[in-house]
Design a protein around this ligand. Structure first.
Ligand code: SF4
Length: 215
């Protein structure tokens, strides 16, 4: 491993245009294709947040989509299996425990990346979660058990985008999503402090532009 003093000496000679500022954005803010089916209100990336980063020369680090990792890929196939199947409701505690285990591993990797940024003299402006997500909510999460019950009671034939989003809104409650919770714990354990902000999923679903200000 190269000594810190030598790293600083080399970095001092190789000055360039980098801003030394980054933001960690939830995956779906840059790639709406990982949202739950029915939950993407834009085609690709969130225009307002990306524009702010471009205007202020803030580098963007894309967080992993935790549900993609734990719930069966981009389409979250394990979640889709719940529709119209009341028997799945009983599995919610097991599914939640499994999800936490996967998220804990992911959170450790993200916090190692955060710590490396900070140790490299890069300011991490914030982590941006998604309020209204059971995984990435920072202040608003979803009651997973209640949402699973509602999904299990909804037959596939009667399923619509509007009904899916009703289920999400009906089960919103104050609190952190499971992934943000694991991230906060991992940051505490490692002594890393970065503000956690949130984009509002429900405002986005209502067609409103993001009002979150990064700087
Ligand atoms: S809110 Fe989190 S879990 Fe949900 S799609 Fe976005 S990144 Fe994935």
């Amino acid at each position: 491993m190269i000594a810190n003093a030598r790293v600083r000496q080399i970095a001092g000679r190789l000055v360039d245009q980098r801003s030394h500022r980054v933001v960690f954005l939830s995956h779906c803010l840059l790639n709406a294709n990982t949202r739950y089916l029915g939950g993407a209100a834009c085609g690709g990336a969130n225009r307002e947040l990306v524009q702010q980063c471009l205007d202020a020369n803030i580098g963007i680090v894309q967080l992993p989509c935790p549900e993609e990792g734990a719930w069966g890929g981009v389409l979250k196939r394990r979640m889709l299996a719940v529709y119209g199947r009341p028997a799945f409701e009983a599995l919610v505690p097991v599914a939640e425990a499994y999800t936490r285990r996967v998220y804990r591993r992911l959170a450790r990797k993200v916090v190692a990346q955060l710590a490396d940024c900070l140790a490299s003299g890069i300011e991490v402006i914030a982590i941006v979660g998604i309020d209204g997500s059971p995984s990435c909510g920072a202040r608003v999460t979803i009651d997973l058990g209640g949402a699973a019950r509602a999904m299990a009671a909804t037959q596939v034939d009667s399923l619509t985008t509007a009904r899916q989003n009703e289920i999400v809104r009906e089960h919103a409650r104050p609190g952190r999503g499971l992934f943000i919770d694991e991230l906060e714990r991992a940051m505490r354990r490692r002594g890393v402090r970065v503000p956690v902000l949130a984009h509002d999923l429900f405002a986005e679903l209502d067609g409103k532009p993001s009002t979150l200000r990064l700087c």
